[in-house]
Design a protein around this ligand. Structure first.
Ligand code: F6P
Length: 557
């Protein structure tokens, strides 16, 4: 295998910076966080930084100044800054799809100029972004004020977003995160699963005359979304006892594909556009955020975009020593590539962030779950981790046992907020302080554990001491913000987006394609006729054939 990759750079695992890190890892051995803190009283202060409203404490990581220096040198040698600048300039860094990667343009102020080659030569995409934002705003104001009426003249009270992957997870997650900012008079539902139960449960108590469907699909060909949208249209027309003319008042589309939108029967005047340089998992601050804008209103939506932009600018301009997404990306490389960590837990101490980790799973795993490099060669190093987690306190009573005393290294992010949202129930008994006490306690327990001596000093019988000992040394980043506002949510997401970018750049993979999801889609289309009509599927393996036969028998076919 060549020492060089297609861009003329040395392959990652042949770089002196990579080898220096491997050597450094050996030298550090099993150094304990207790020791690192004991040796440096300033560690907590020195190993923390602020970006906008986010405070990051990374002192509970198994790193020294030397580790961080070597990691930054690796990033420099791997060309992270050059690729970042190329992304912000709108170059086609998504090489396997020959596309620019410009989600950062979605939150750029209107005065910014980012030129991208379009159908009519070079165009400033920021102008197009703001034109769509204004169209979204006008529509949102009409719906929220009751000016936009359904087919029978009733005002819209329910919004049902139909989409999947990036066309669902982003708006659904952000809707939960910003519940306190939503119009509580309206009902919002998010339907993604092709399992009809999802749509059934979402619609069963809604009045079609008061329901607006937002069909979110970049391609407008995704089978799950088109199937759900078709069923939703049937439900609407049956419920209203109306013909196709009712669709115009109850269906809008968010898409890049005008032709398919119109083929589906949605008037393209009711289409909110975005562009092929917005990846699905990076799209919820584009028109894909319409359901969210309907829920929180245009001003809050713009505050969220400003939060994203703040971190974009930080990532673009902050020096490596203070660059938060760079740092988080590098810490992930340190554990994944030099400590054999296979997964990364994201543990929000906020009920409102209950869908945050699911959102990050697509962002991270669809981006960096790759084993072929940008040069077309197999990578010889670990790439994206398994990302997982749920709100922290619930996890404490479920899987934290394994993080504390299991055999695996699981670096984790603990995310919390100083203030609860301001419309919580009267009568809550100091629950927010208790919630946050848990966050701080877990960070402490994971890092420092409990020694056998400490356990013995509590009078624990000798045979139980090994069971009650906590090794500690489990690395965490604590992300603390004042409160979960729209801007803070934007800041958090951009932080993770750019972290994922940094890692993909170092691993030399295309973080912006997703060929790995194609095969299953193609096979599902081939297998479906076998389920329904018993059709012969050429080349079907014996196991699948037997399962299909059993399925048909169970369905009485
Ligand atoms: O799962 C593949 C994928 O293409 C995702 O990247 C995307 O977010 C999702 O499907 C939905 O695609 P679309 O918005 O085109 O319906």
């Amino acid at each position: 295998m060549s020492e060089m990759n297609a861009e003329g750079r040395t392959r990652l695992d042949r770089m002196p910076e990579w080898n220096a890190l491997a050597k450094h890892r050996e030298e550090l051995g099993e150094v304990h966080l207790r020791e690192l803190f004991a040796n440096d009283p300033q560690r907590a202060e020195r190993y923390s930084l602020s970006v906008g409203d986010l405070h990051l404490d990374y002192s509970k990581h198994l790193v020294t100044d030397e580790t961080l220096r070597l990691l930054r040198e690796l990033a420099a040698a791997a060309g992270v800054a050059e690729l970042r600048d190329a992304m912000f300039r709108g170059e086609k860094i998504n090489t396997t799809e020959d596309r620019a990667v410009l989600h950062t343009a979605l939150r750029a102020p209107e005065s910014t100029d980012i030129e991208v080659e379009g159908a009519h030569g070079k165009e400033n995409v920021v102008l197009a972004v703001h034109a769509v934002l204004r169209k979204m705003q006008v529509f949102t104001d009409r719906v929220r004020s009751g000016d936009w009426k359904g087919h029978t003249g009733k005002r819209i009270k329910n919004v049902v977003n139909i989409g999947i992957g990036g066309s669902d997870l982003g708006p659904a997650m952000a809707y939960e995160a910003l519940r306190a900012y939503t119009d509580r008079e309206m009902t919002f539902r998010f339907v993604s699963n092709v399992d009809g139960a999802d749509l059934h449960e979402a619609l069963r108590d809604l009045d079609p005359a008061e329901t607006l469907f937002v069909i979110a699909s970049k391609t407008f060909t995704t089978i799950e979304t088109i199937t759900n949208a078709t069923s939703a249209r049937n439900w609407l027309l049956t419920g209203l006892r109306a013909g196709e003319e009712a669709v115009a008042k109850h269906f809008v589309a968010l898409s890049t594909n005008e032709e398919k939108v119109s083929e589906f029967g949605i008037d393209t005047a009711n289409m909110f556009e975005f562009w092929d340089w917005v990846g699905g998992r990076y799209s919820f601050d584009s028109a894909i955020g319409l359901s969210l804008m309907l829920a929180i209103g245009p001003d809050h939506f713009r505050e969220m975009l400003a939060g994203f932009h703040l971190v974009d600018e930080h990532f673009r301009c902050a020096p490596p020593e203070e660059n938060a997404p760079l740092l988080l990306g590098l810490l992930g490389i340190w554990y994944g590539n030099f400590h054999d960590a296979q997964s990364h837990a994201v543990l929000p101490y906020s009920h409102y962030l209950s869908k945050f980790t699911a959102y990050l799973q697509q962002l991270d795993m669809e981006s960096n779950g790759k084993s072929t490099g940008r040069d077309g060669q197999p990578v010889n190093w670990q790439t994206g981790p398994v990302v997982w987690g749920t709100p922290g306190t619930n996890g404490q009573h479920a899987y934290y046992q394994l993080i504390h005393q299991g055999t695996k290294m699981i670096p984790a992010d603990l995310i919390g907020f100083a203030k609860p949202v301001d419309d919580l129930l009267p009568g809550l008994v100091g629950q927010h302080d208790l919630l946050m006490a848990n966050l701080f306690a877990q960070g402490q327990a994971l890092a420092f554990g409990k020694t056998p001596e400490e356990v013995a000093a509590e009078g624990v019988p000798p045979e139980l001491i090994p069971h009650k000992t906590f090794r500690g040394n489990h690395p965490t980043t604590t992300v603390l913000a004042s409160e979960l506002t729209p801007s803070v949510l934007g800041q958090l997401i951009a932080l993770y987006e750019h972290k994922v970018f940094v890692q993909g750049a170092i691993w030399n993979i295309d973080s912006f394609d997703q060929w790995g999801v194609e095969l299953g889609k193609v096979l599902a289309k081939r297998v479906e006729p076998a389920l329904v009509e018993g059709a012969e599927v050429p080349g079907l393996d014996a196991s699948t054939q037997a399962l299909v036969a059993r399925y048909r028998a169970l369905r009485g076919r």
